[in-house]
Write a protein that binds this ligand. Sequence first.
Ligand code: 5GP
Ligand code: ZN
Length: 135
Amino acid sequence: MKDCLFCKIIKKEIPSEIIYEDEAVVVFLDINPVNKGHALVVPKKHFETSLDLPDSILCDVIQIAKRVAMKQMKELKCGGVNYIMNNFKAAGQEVPHAHLHVIPRFDEDDLVFLQGNKSGYEDDIGEFREKLNIV
Ligand code: 5GP
Ligand code: ZN
């Protein structure tokens, strides 16, 4: 897509630190990393979110993310890895081209994503089980 930042990175119109590329995906380092080695796995075709991605490309993305995570564990000696995908603005998506964050984690690095949030919905879980059943 013409005016998409990540499409421009994929076409090498904008420079980035690429650590992997094949016919389906490219992986580059986040320009504003939340931790060392923070990488983005990005499908080459433009889709806005993971909900738009064909399943086969979604599989490509997660398979490559696993390889990136294994490399981060080995080379950075991190103790864990977060996969994070923000879908749509309400979920914090800033760049409207689907991408999976692969974030190395270290004991006591003090990063907080979803832990510790109190929604107050704990008494309604049964209701949501019915509403959200996808079978
Ligand atoms: P989102 O909030 O959409 O899930 O994440 C977008 C990510 O893209 C952010 O972590 C941001 O730092 C990163 N980003 C934004 N612009 C650029 C850029 O020009 N180059 C690179 N490498 N990363 C970018
Ligand atoms: Zn794009």
